[in-house]
Design a protein around this ligand. Structure first.
Ligand code: SF4
Length: 358
């Protein structure tokens, strides 16, 4: 179920069949870490990401064989593909000819002439261009004017290139203004959202390994989404891109923007807890990985807050001494023994999930 409330209205674009902006759900993106020239490895990674809920994929295109590989990759995946281009605009042209649904350009490292060439072909093929501004590679003149990669510098670069592409007749555009600084990221997106209604792709770049990336992204992307800003998101994680999807949907779920997959509410435990709660949460979380049904599952250590939280949830357990009260939609169903927690919960959750699908 998608919940779209209080979002800033952007213009709608279509990226390979996925609507973006204009009231469409906030879309979760990722990027492969495989060598794009290795079609088998790249397809395998994209399919795993699709399974986890990824809705648009970006692949790096560092050379001509990588651009050519897009044709075969596209035939074997099911979500739109964005070709990530730096330095050489000809690679963008090859990627478009190979069937890429969109091109991400970094205007800081492609000549204006090159950008014009990409714009002409993207327009002809009705493909999307993402203007991907990055604090690490801003145009030299803009950097000099602002004394560094400030939020204002990111916005100036984005607007300059937006105007250039619009003049070329391109209107299927989206923008990103990424920085590894959370506060610069937030300031830049807030400013650009006042100046244009093109869809915005949110991300905090080079955010680090999972924990750091989750913290930075939850704050940066989360603050913007809370403001109603943002049409697509990517959580950048150093490591397995599969981790990005869980964090991304976690952010969307926490803000009630999209409800996809189970939300587990569990207490931190304290001296009152008389069940093995941490192990229970870990088991249940592991078993439910990949589940798309939006369910709220409360796993609570005792009856102090347990029944209250569990009653709010679709299903829950409030622990006692080696036993627990099973709640379903606010009603106590029965008392169960601790050794039966996992099988009973999973059985009940799967029943709820299949009822939701009917
Ligand atoms: Fe402690 Fe119970 Fe609260 Fe969990 S629900 S933190 S066990 S008082």
């Amino acid at each position: 179920m998608d919940v779209v409330t209080g979002r800033r209205k952007t213009r709608r674009i279509d990226l390979g069949g996925v609507p973006i902006g204009g009231g469409a759900p906030v879309i979760v993106q990722s990027m492969t870490s495989s060598d794009t020239r290795d079609v088998v490895a790249t397809v395998e990674q994209v399919l795993a990401l699709e399974e986890a809920g990824c809705e648009i994929i970006r692949v790096a295109v560092p050379d001509e064989p990588a651009a050519a590989a897009i044709r075969e990759i596209k035939e074997r995946i099911h979500i739109p593909l964005i070709a990530d281009i730096h330095f050489n605009h000809r690679l963008a042209l090859l990627a478009l000819h190979a069937g890429a649904d969109a091109i991400r350009i970094n205007p800081g490292n492609i000549s204006q002439e090159g950008i014009r060439g990409i714009a002409a072909l993207a327009k002809e093929k009705r493909k999307v261009i993402r203007i991907g501004i990055n604090a690490g590679s801003l145009e030299q003149d803009i950097l000099a004017r602002h004394g560094g990669p400030t939020a204002e510098a990111l916005v100036e670069s984005a607007l300059k290139n937006l105007i250039l592409l619009e003049e070329m007749g391109c209107h299927a555009l989206k923008l990103s203004l990424k920085s590894s600084s959370v506060s610069t990221t937030i300031a830049a997106y807030r400013a650009i959202s006042e100046k244009t209604d093109y869809p915005l792709h949110l991300g905090v770049t080079e955010a680090g390994t999972l924990l750091q990336a989750a913290i930075k992204s939850a704050i940066g992307i989360g603050a913007l989404l809370y403001d109603g800003i943002g049409d697509t998101i990517r959580v950048s994680v150093t490591g397995d891109p599969l981790e990005e999807i869980g964090v991304a949907f976690g952010i969307l779920r926490a803000l009630d923007i999209r409800r996809v997959g189970p939300e587990i509410i569990s207490c931190p435990t304290c001296g009152r807890c008389e069940i093995g709660l941490a192990a229970l949460v870990e088991r249940v979380e592991g078993e439910l990985k990949g589940m798309k049904t939006p369910l709220k599952i409360a796993l609570m250590g005792c009856v102090v807050n347990g029944p209250g939280e569990a009653a709010e949830a679709d299903i829950g357990i409030a622990g006692g001494r080696g036993v627990g009260l099973l709640f379903k939609k606010g009603e106590i169903v029965r008392k169960i023994k601790e050794e039966d927690f996992v099988p009973v919960l999973l059985q009940e959750i799967r029943k709820l999930a299949s009822a939701d699908r009917e």
